[in-house]
Design a protein around this ligand. Structure first.
Ligand code: MG
Length: 452
């Protein structure tokens, strides 16, 4: 799958080295043949695509700096540290082992802005790539230290002594991804007793790498049986994190953002940024501190960009991606781990207690096929259906009702419409989500009838 949001696919099927090489060459043109760092996650296809990326970059006159296997946030920090023109990370992120993809990094360590992604795709599609001759080809240089650099950055923003005094017992499930190369070491330097599962960085994932509750049963059992204080899980490139409490409860994906936000705002007030689909609980927490939440379109680059422009103090997404500007404007699962431990040390309370003090909402997500016309037509019709309610059109359509909200948006890649609903109780959230689906089906059927 190739498009403005990059390139991703199933290895040996939709993702082949030719595509990766050409895309990398286009990126080399985009960054004016500068220095580009290349990192990768632990997937079995990492060497296959590393050499393809090297080829593409070298073919257009870039100098390649190979930083090896490391988390995506570590690579983003290296781009900033080495002051290079860009970076490419080869990672399928939270997708299963057979997937892989490229993430493109700007000189400031953020991912490409949507308009830059479009320029990149245009270079690729129109065959406008300019290759260099033999005497302009540069080298691949190796650079160690991406993980150490990241570790030091994270350690510099927390109270190491305070955390170390608690001698926390922590279980880490790195899902055989890059998190296993950094988080256990971070925890040891924070004086924790560390137990790991799935920490072999071999790309054979013990469970699907998306850090959602259904994938974290083994971590939960381990935390409970070992009497640990907390458990953490990462996806394959460790930009996301999920939490298991000392009681073995697997927390919903949005808790890392809620906990870190509450902790940071306790130290310093300021703007919080998240996307339009994130839980209302965030607004409730932020209101207590007299601060504000600004919402962006879905997609982590939109959140990062807004945070940088508006000088936010914390932000992120409800999928376990937390952004700490003190380190960088990028989702960073490793930084989130350190801050959550500092919150526990600072409060002197177990994680289950900190969680019990957070506002509780329920989110239900569903999707339906919508093939009758385009999404903007559907949006106009939905506006009519909900004309009595408050609405927001930042990204798709969000209908704000007394009992909660319904957010309806088109998928970028398939003829599917996603419906997300939230309410204070589960049945109500379910009802709201079904109401959204009902309205879409009603509109879809009326279009069908008119066509007949
Ligand atoms: Mg990821």
């Amino acid at each position: 799958m190739v498009g403005v949001s990059g390139v991703r696919g199933i290895v040996g099927n939709s993702l082949v080295p030719e595509v990766v090489t050409k895309f990398s060459a286009a990126f080399g043109n985009l960054v004016h043949r500068g220095k580009v760092i290349v990192g990768a996650d632990t997937r079995t296809s990492n060497d296959l695509f590393r050499y393809a990326v090297f080829s593409g970059l070298l073919s257009v006159g870039c100098e390649v700096i190979d930083i090896g296997i490391c988390p995506t946030p570590s690579a983003q920090l290296m781009v900033e540290k080495l002051k290079v023109e860009g970076g490419i990370v080869i990672t399928g992120s939270h997708n299963p082992a057979e997937w892989n993809a490229l993430k493109f990094i700007r000189p400031d360590g953020l991912f490409l802005y949507p308009e830059e992604g479009e320029r990149l795709f245009c270079l690729y599609k129109k065959d406008e790539i300019k290759y260099v001759s033999w005497n302009e080809i540069k080298r691949v240089n190796r650079e160690k230290g991406a993980i150490e650099n990241h570790l030091e950055k994270v350690l510099s923003i927390v109270d190491r002594e305070k955390i170390a005094q608690k001698r926390f017992k922590v279980v880490v499930d790195a899902c055989n991804g890059t998190g296993g190369l950094i988080t256990p070491e971070l925890l040891r330097r924070l004086g924790c007793e560390v137990l790991t599962i799935n920490s072999e960085p071999d790309g054979f994932f013990a469970h699907p790498p998306e850090p959602v509750p259904s994938n974290l049963e083994a971590l939960s059992r381990m935390v409970k049986s070992q009497g640990a204080d907390i458990g953490f899980a990462h996806d394959a490139d460790a930009d996301r994190v999920a939490i298991v409490t000392e009681k073995g409860n697997i927390l919903p994906e949005d808790y890392p953002l809620l906990l870190v936000t509450k902790f940071i705002l306790g130290k310093r007030k300021g703007l919080v940024v998240t996307n339009v689909s994130t839980t209302q609980a965030l607004d409730d927490i932020v209101r207590e501190f007299g601060s504000l939440v600004k919402r962006t379109k879905v997609g982590d680059i939109n959140v990062s960009r807004c945070m940088k422009e508006e000088r936010a103090v914390v932000g992120g997404e409800g999928n376990g991606g937390v952004i700490i500007p003190e380190i960088h404007y990028a989702r960073d699962g490793i930084a989130a781990v350190a801050l959550i431990l500092e919150y526990m040390a600072d409060s002197g309370e177990p994680i289950s207690y900190l969680v019990s003090n957070l506002p509780r909402y329920y989110i239900i997500k569903k999707k339906v096929r919508f093939t009758q016309g385009n999404f903007s037509f559907l949006k106009d019709q939905l506006k009519r259906e909900f004309y009595k309610s408050r609405m927001d059109f930042l990204d798709g359509i969000k209908i704000i009702l007394n009992k909660g909200w319904i957010h309806i948006r088109a998928s970028g890649t398939e003829p599917i419409v996603r419906i997300i609903a939230e309410s204070k109780n589960r049945e109500e959230a379910e009802k709201l989500c079904n109401l959204g689906i009902e309205k879409i089906m009603k509109i879809s059927n009326s279009i069908k009838r008119r066509k007949e």
